[in-house]
Design a protein around this ligand. Structure first.
Ligand SMILES: Nc1nc2c(ncn2[C@@H]2O[C@H](COP(=O)(O)OP(=O)(O)OP(=O)(O)O)[C@@H](O)[C@H]2O)c(=O)[nH]1
Ligand SMILES: [Mg+2]
Length: 378
């Protein structure tokens, strides 16, 4: 596929800085050795233009790596999801139920209250309105008169929205390259660790590329995950060109006959031009080194940031053709409702959800399970 097929041609303005998490300061260093050998590849990535002012507070410090504890008894996937979504469920069903309880009949007031409840449950204004409009139509069409049946319809509508995308990670080529992007602290590296575990358990050979060369600790963190999973890690020195790491990663994946090359990236791509520049360069390396390889571009979003995560998804989606979203930290938030608006607004499928820090706390996204976990049986 041609390089620019991956990048939308739309000319958008710069990404509003407040929509992205603050980034650590720094400039990309010289290209790594491998890339210097590669003709036409060695130009360094332009330094970010929107660096925070000197002395600016940088709130995100990478959290210490959690103690690795293998969960003793494998709890069922669904019950893990249900546990993980408990805060969201309490907020969501609490609000929705109280609306249906408060109204004896289904009328405009109920719809207004329901829309408000959905907005409060982080489903977003536009998506909430669409859901309520659709409910209104169905209730009319099916001549529904009682609240319980209307609630069932609401569940069906939400399930349909959630099921709107192809949530499968497509590993059609050997290797497939999985590029993991997102602002800092959202859980990219942890997600890669968990995803590697999943893929290994499916019998896949995985190579990891530490293309977050922004700080040495990032590669160290990925190395821990590589060791846990017993997979090869490609890393270069701090400050090396990320594309150089990907170049070496492609080489290692070829040599090993790996099924998947997963690339970690720095969470500092905070304006669209930098993101596009860097991705272009990375794509160019992948296309030359692994012609025809499928690319999965996964955007990691931290669910605890609520509407900000939705904004990030919109901005990243303009800059790069995302193939999927990973929504992390659902276990720590009541804001899981954002998944509904992300799917509805962006049309990008959610492929995985993170429901904890453990190695097996990454689940493939399943619309029916997610909806079932949101609407408990009565
Ligand atoms: N509770 C919970 N914590 C998570 C989840 N996913 C990631 N985390 C935690 O979030 C923190 C940040 O995760 P990282 O993987 O380092 O995030 P990152 O995006 O790689 O961050 P940078 O490399 O700094 O850009 C870590 O403490 C993780 O353990 C999740 O699904 N649930
Ligand atoms: Mg990281």
């Amino acid at each position: 596929m041609a390089l620019f097929d991956f990048l939308k041609k739309k000319k958008d303005g710069p990404v509003p800085a407040e929509e992205f998490a603050p980034q650590p300061d720094g400039i990309i260093g010289e290209a790594g050795e491998a890339l210097e050998d590669a003709p036409g590849q060695a130009e360094p990535v332009p330094a970010p233009e929107e660096l925070p002012p000197e002395g600016a507070e940088v709130p995100h410090e990478p959290a210490p790596e959690p103690e690795y504890v293998e969960k003793p008894a494998k709890k069922g996937l669904f019950s893990r999801l249900k546990d993980g979504l408990s805060k969201t469920r309490d907020s969501f069903t609490g609000k929705v139920d109280s609306v249906f309880r408060a109204f004896a009949k289904i009328d405009d007031d109920l719809y207004d209250e329901l829309e408000e409840a959905l907005i409060l449950a982080d489903i977003g204004g536009q998506t909430s309105m669409e859901i309520v409009d659709s409910l209104r139509e169905r209730v009319k069409e099916k001549r529904i008169t009682d609240g319980a049946a209307a609630k069932e319809e609401l569940k069906a509508i939400i399930t349909e929205i959630l099921a709107g995308g192809d949530s499968e990670l497509r590993l059609d080529t050997k290797p497939t390259v999985v590029l993991v992007i997102g602002v800092n602290g959202v859980g990219k590296t942890t997600t890669i660790g968990k995803l590697t575990n999943r893929l290994k358990n499916e019998g896949k050979t995985v190579v990891l590329a530490a293309a977050d060369t922004f700080r040495a600790a990032a590669a160290d963190q990925l190395e821990i995950w590589a060791e846990r999973n017993g997979v090869q890690l490609i890393r270069l020195t701090e400050g090396a060109d990320p594309a150089a790491v990907i170049f070496d990663g492609c080489g290692a994946a070829k040599k090993r006959g790996a099924d998947v090359l997963i690339c970690d990236t720095a969470g500092r791509l905070h304006n669209k031009r930098n993101l596009m520049e860097e991705l272009k360069k990375i794509y160019r390396v992948i296309e030359r080194e692994l012609p025809g390889a499928r690319k999965e571009v996964l955007l990691v979003l931290d669910a605890t940031t609520g509407q900000n995560a939705v904004n990030q998804a919109e901005e990243f989606n303009k800059a790069a053709e995302l193939t999927g979203i990973v929504l992390t930290k659902l276990d720590g938030t009541a804001k899981g409702g954002i998944v509904i608006q992300i799917i509805q607004k962006l049309g990008v499928p959610v492929k995985f959800v993170g429901v904890g820090e453990g190695i097996d706390d990454l689940q493939p996204f399943d619309a029916a399970d997610f909806a079932a976990a949101l609407f408990p049986e009565e």
